[in-house]
Design a protein around this ligand. Structure first.
Ligand code: BES
Ligand code: MN
Ligand code: ZN
Length: 495
């Protein structure tokens, strides 16, 4: 999609579709309160007021109205997008409205749009991201594309264009295009996205954008002593890898922060010997969504050049019940030296993450943030709306939560009291890889904490949010690319 800024008067814009936002309100005066919307109402001789009065235009969030041949405008169509209540209208709402607009146009095969904005660079970012993300369809393997034509050309119309807005648009474009790139990785079925293939994609990306990339193979992991990661991998014919990507800022040096981003990449999670039920097992191809988002974050950093060093560590394995698979009750030795009794082979994410986190510590990282589709329990706790955010350091946790808010991704803080550690006791080893029935997302995070301490660390459990079960007006069903924007926001604003 081509996307650009423009400051032409709305009446003069020649386009397939000119779009404005209306609010949901009791009277049209309030509903049409945005200056751009009011202006179009005036230009069209009160057309919008009439529509509002008739009840056809409601301003309800993400509702779209497509009207042909608007009077006195050069645009072929006028599209009015609902923004919801004016008091609640912010970045998240605009992002969704823009996404709904993109999807409404796509379903009608209208490939050109101009969206009227009030002008702030925050609006430019939200609108650009919303359009690009809304236009995405996971239809790579459909020989006949049935979801309309993608948007070819989008214009954001603002009162006047300045350098700050140009920079904001460029950043939003890189971020949202990369988020769609991440969604493509996550959508790939497990036969087309093995650990080896994921490493290839990371390597290609690193070469394209100029990042350092190391891929540790199983021989190297054996040498180092990554017994937990190797234990998970041994049931599969697909060899494991640890993908390491490095970004260095211009002004590197001693005492500067160095963030480690760890992303779970189980390219297929059958559960192993603790086999999952057949129903929905196909979904377990998205068990690499955390790893994909972390690789995507590096793709953004290579282009937008943040001020701090960032290393991505992505342990990639397939969790299968093959003849050499690890058994419930097996004891493995992690890279840290701690031993783990594997009571359930389906709690594999924490095992591979543990070794990657120790490796991050040894790589000189000063802070850690991880993203993982770690537990079904987080889905029970928070559903498909919020991802769970855990941490051992309030300052870093607050920073991540603030970044998520700015980026328009939903996180909810979860507790990590020491008492929960009790649940991971093992009779024969230092710890077990599972707790009991209760607080499953927390015991999983507690397990990771053992390998994060003493570094400040935040863990994002994205099992409920990495895959959208039903399409939304503003987003296709399938991979979401979460939490890419939070990671990007966190790092780009890091001082
Ligand atoms: N990959 C799953 C978690 C998951 C569940 C991701 C649903 C996406 C959607 C993880 O490896 C897993 O199997 N966790 C187990 C842990 C249990 C055995 C302690 C779970 O949540 O059931
Ligand atoms: Mn599992
Ligand atoms: Zn898993």
């Amino acid at each position: 999609m081509q996307i650009a800024l423009n400051s032409m008067p709305l009446e003069h814009i020649e386009t397939e579709a000119l779009a404005v936002i209306a609010y949901q309100a009791d009277d049209p005066e309030q509903g049409l309160a945005r200056p751009t919307t009011r202006r179009l109402d005036e230009a069209t001789g009160g057309w919008l007021t009439d529509l509002y009065r008739s009840g056809e235009l409601t301003g309800k969030a993400n509702e779209t109205l497509v009207l042909h041949r608007p009077p006195n405008l050069r645009a072929k169509r006028l599209v009015i997008v609902g923004g919801g209540k004016r008091e609640r209208f912010g970045g998240m709402e605009l992002r969704r409205a823009a996404g709904a607009l993109a999807r409404a146009l796509r379903s009608r095969s209208i490939a050109q749009v101009a969206l009227a904005l009030e002008g702030s660079s925050a609006e430019v970012v939200a609108a650009a991201e919303g359009l690009i993300l809304g236009d995405y369809e996971p239809d790579r393997y459909k020989t006949e594309k049935k979801n309309g034509k993608p948007l070819a050309e989008a214009t954001l119309v603002v009162p006047s264009v300045d350098g700050e807005q140009q920079a904001a648009l460029e950043r939003a474009r890189v971020v949202a295009e990369t988020q769609n790139w991440v969604r493509d990785l996550v959508a790939e079925p497990a036969n087309r996205m093995t650990p080896t293939l994921l490493a290839e994609r990371a390597r290609e990306m690193a070469a394209q954008f100029g990042l350092e990339c190391d891929v540790l193979d199983s021989a190297r992991m054996q040498q180092l002593g990554m017994g937990a990661l190797l234990g998970v991998a041994q049931g599969s014919a697909e060899p494991p890898v640890l993908i390491v990507l490095r970004y260095q800022p211009q002004a590197a040096g001693e005492g500067r922060p160095h963030l480690g981003l760890i992303g779970k990449a189980v390219t297929f999670d059958s559960g192993g010997i603790s086999l999952k039920p057949a129903e929905n097992m196909d979904k377990m191809k998205y068990d690499m969504a955390g790893g994909a988002a972390v690789i995507g974050a590096m793709r953004v950093f290579a282009q937008l050049k943040p001020a701090i060093a960032v290393t991505a560590l992505v342990p990639a394995v397939e969790n299968m019940p093959g003849g050499r698979a690890q058994r419930p009750g097996d004891v493995v030795k992690t890279l840290s030296g701690k031993t783990v009794e594997v009571l359930n082979t389906d709690a594999e994410g924490r095992l591979i993450m543990a070794d990657a986190m120790t490796y991050a510590q040894r790589s000189g990282c000063t802070h850690l943030v991880d993203a993982a589709t770690l537990t079904g329990a987080i889905v029970v706790a928070l559903g498909h709306v919020n991802a769970g955010a855990f941490g051992n350091d309030q300052a870093l946790l607050d920073r991540v939560l603030a970044a998520a808010r700015t980026a328009g991704e939903k996180l909810w803080p979860m507790p990590l009291d020491d008492e929960y550690k009790e649940l991971l006791k093992s009779v024969v080893a230092d710890m077990s890889n599972v707790g009991n029935r209760w607080a499953g997302a927390i015991t999983a995070a507690m397990f990771l904490k053992e390998f994060a301490d003493p570094l400040p660390w935040v863990h994002l459990d994205i099992a409920g949010t990495a895959w959208l079960e039903d399409s939304k007006p503003y987003l296709a069903k399938g991979p979401t690319g979460i939490p890419l924007r939070t990671l990007v926001q966190l790092v780009l604003e890091w001082r």
